[in-house]
Design a binder for this molecule. Structure first.
Ligand SMILES: Cc1ncc(COP(=O)(O)O)c(C=O)c1O
Length: 383
């Protein structure tokens, strides 16, 4: 076999996510939309923000959408609206982006780490049970579970709901990577008590800066979330109802989002076609992602696993093809989180995945010939 490191690279670097390709398609519309905001001058809570909330509600089926400044603040807002604080346990996976766990200590609560399932990489309901038992033994009050819909695919919401109901937990769903995905008959946003998402530029639905949204069907929580978003302000600007923050989405980002929403469903279909091509090409060489038959994924990431992960990364790097290790360092092993409890029995799946996963380039504009080159390189390194 040839040494991949000596093969000349014949193409430009292949990024994990190519936002420039999308911009060459709708750049003119986005620039016109931004100009409209500059012309009307309502930079904060302008008409684009209200329109984006309306469209996000229609797409998700959620009755209330509260747009906000990013996906982390979205979760903080939810915990604040529920008055989660010191002594409360918030159950989170460790195999996720840091923000999921970070929001618990931000409000003074304790994150308790839960393992994930080996096939979907989403929260394991049995491990959640074991984590609740640990929290109770430690004297914490089990209050909230944050199941993440990782890499674009919904968690098993029915299974999480039955554990949550048994223990009186609220469900805050972190759908930062998966807005647009369906679980059984419903879209994310209309399932959990409160759902949040992120419009960070590289997300399947992103803007050109930071942005996020909170979704709920509960009117009382929606009102509290709206208050938290602007310093706890009530209907009367001079009256503060609760402790809040500056959490608003801005009009320029909403204008960008509206243009991207116009092509979002088409882009999700293109992502599915690319995932199908990877699945077919990589079968038998590595473990390809498993999407439950009653769910759809919006493919924020295409993440494979293999004991030969490091060889795969080296082979792709030699060909100027980007990869990412989501997530090579589980959160419970990181310095600020080491003192927090984990589910009884530990997190063996999380720890194995951290050694074996690698995410490949995934975006709606990935050319078939480039994809075939990625597939060939992965197969050669993995077998
Ligand atoms: C799973 C998950 N949760 C939360 C966030 C936080 O979103 P934001 O960067 O908009 O604060 C991210 C963003 O990468 C994420 O991937």
């Amino acid at each position: 076999m040839r040494d991949t490191a000596t093969v000349p690279v014949a193409h430009a670097p292949v990024p994990l996510i190519d936002l420039k390709a999308q911009r060459s398609r709708i750049g003119a519309q986005i620039e016109a939309a931004i100009k409209r905001v500059l012309d009307h001058g309502a930079y904060i809570m302008g008409p684009e923000v209200l329109e984006a909330e309306k469209r996000l509600g229609a797409l998700s089926g959620a009755q209330h959408v509260i747009s906000c400044s990013n996906g982390t603040t979205a979760m903080v807002m939810a915990l604040m609206a529920w008055d989660i604080s010191r002594g409360d346990a918030v159950f989170v996976p460790s195999f996720t982006f840091t923000a999921t766990a970070e929001v618990a200590p931000i409000v003074g609560a304790t994150p308790v780490f839960v393992d994930v399932l080996p096939d979907t990489f989403n929260m394991d309901p049995d491990s959640l049970e074991r984590a609740i038992a640990v929290a109770e033994q430690t004297g914490l009050k089990p209050r909230v579970v944050i199941p993440v819909d990782l890499f674009g695919q919904p968690a098993d919401h029915d299974a999480i709901r039955s554990v949550a109901d048994k223990h009186g937990l609220l469900i805050l769903d972190d759908a930062a990577q998966s807005f647009g995905a369906r679980y059984k008959t419903k879209k994310l946003g209309a399932i959990a008590d409160i759902t949040t998402t992120s419009f960070y530029p590289s997300k399947p639905l992103g803007c050109y800066g930071d942005g996020g949204a909170v979704f709920t069907n509960n009117e009382d929580w929606a009102r509290k979330l709206t208050e938290v978003r602007v310093h706890g302000q009530g209907r009367d600007r001079n009256e503060n109802m609760r402790i809040g923050l500056t959490g608003r989405f801005d009009s320029i980002q909403a204008a960008v989002l509206l243009e991207k929403l116009a092509i979002f469903e088409e882009e999700c279909e293109a992502r599915q076609t690319i995932a199908d091509r990877y699945n077919a090409g990589l079968a038998g060489a590595v473990t390809t992602p498993h999407v439950r038959p009653d769910c759809t994924s919006v493919w924020a990431q295409y993440t494979i696993s293999s004991p030969r992960r490091d060889k795969i990364v080296a082979a792709l790097t030699a060909k100027n093809i980007s990869t990412a290790l989501f997530y090579a360092r589980p959160i419970h092993t990181q310095t600020p989180y080491r003192g927090f409890p984990v589910a009884a029995g530990g997190l063996p799946v999380t720890e194995r995945l951290a050694q074996e996963v690698v995410s490949l380039p995934m975006h709606p504009y990935l050319a078939a010939d480039v994809q075939d080159e990625i597939i060939a390189a992965v197969r050669a390194a993995a077998l």
